[in-house]
Design a binder for this molecule. Structure first.
Ligand code: ARG
Length: 281
């Protein structure tokens, strides 16, 4: 499959190569905000499921243009937040570590995603400890960066270490607006990341500075439109279009960007990456 150059992309850096990605997504057919489990959610504000679906479709289209293999899991009625597929688990080396959600409203998503992983031939590991999948586990150059503090438990980091036999680096999140690691950090390629420094405690920030001296540091304004909640293939990053500063920072480093408006899904406290679960066989 060729990689079509999207019209909205900035000039490319020929040295960056795209990695073919395979992802799992869930159409927001039952999207609604009827409870509040993060500061972004306000059940008193009306939401439009149709608009959420239309905006979500622009993300599917962007991934299609990038040549990604997009799988879809059937949305389940009553599970408002199932669109945030990143929370459905962590897949790596053909294994899938299931999610065990913090809040009861999302608990049934865990088994739904685990069933899908099993049907697809993944070796499924049922979680013993609270964790919200790729929302808090990001893979960087073979190392698993793991968030905790709001949702995913520290105990689950040990569980992940045991299952995948990888280095797991625990990072403590301290700002309730950035309650999942993928709201405070973006993986750009094998070796590069971008993050919001103030979202982490001092020790975690020091660890990130040591490991990633060249990281892109994103400011509050861009983080506050969930600009960091982005996903790409090492060459092109799909990001929130309102994160203009982040888009410039990416362009300076030679990444292409595709800007999207997922404002309706932001009402649930999620963006591009939240809607994306990477499948790694
Ligand atoms: N309303 C959902 C929750 O609070 C949003 C999840 C966002 N997902 C993510 N990967 N950050 O659980």
């Amino acid at each position: 499959m060729t990689h079509a150059r999207p019209e909205t992309a900035t000039p490319s850096d020929a040295s960056r190569t795209a990695v073919q990605k395979t992802v799992l997504m869930c159409r927001p057919a039952h999207f609604d905000v009827t409870y509040r489990i993060n500061p972004w959610m306000d059940p008193d504000q009306p939401t439009s499921t149709d608009l959420a679906v239309a905006q979500w479709q622009t993300l599917v289209d962007a991934y299609d243009r990038l040549g990604f293999e997009v799988h879809q899991i059937e949305p389940v009625e009553g599970l408002n937040d199932m669109v945030y597929a990143a929370n459905g688990g962590l897949t790596l080396d053909g294994k899938a570590y299931g999610a065990l959600f913090t809040y009861e409203q999302r608990v049934p998503e865990g088994p739904a995603y685990m069933r899908w992983f099993a049907e697809q031939g993944f070796e499924v590991h049922e979680p013993k400890h609270i964790n919200e999948g790729e929302g808090d586990f990001l893979l960087s150059n073979g190392t698993i960066l793991a968030g905790h503090g709001f949702r995913t438990s520290l105990e689950s980091h040990d569980e992940v270490r045991g299952i995948f036999d990888r280095e797991v680096v625990s990072l403590r999140l301290v700002d309730p607006a950035f309650y999942h690691l993928d709201t405070a950090m973006a993986i750009l390629d094998e070796t590069s990341i971008a993050y919001l420094p103030s979202a982490f405690d001092d020790a975690s920030r020091a660890e990130l500075e040591r490991r990633y001296p060249d990281a892109i540091l994103v400011d509050e304004a861009d983080a506050s439109v969930l600009g960091l909640n982005s996903f790409g293939d090492g060459r092109t990053m799909v990001i929130a279009e309102r994160a203009e500063g982040f888009a410039r920072q990416l362009a300076e480093r030679g990444y292409e960007t595709i800007g999207l408006d997922l404002s309706e899904l932001l009402r649930g406290g999620g963006g591009i990456k939240c809607c994306t679960l990477e499948l790694r066989r």
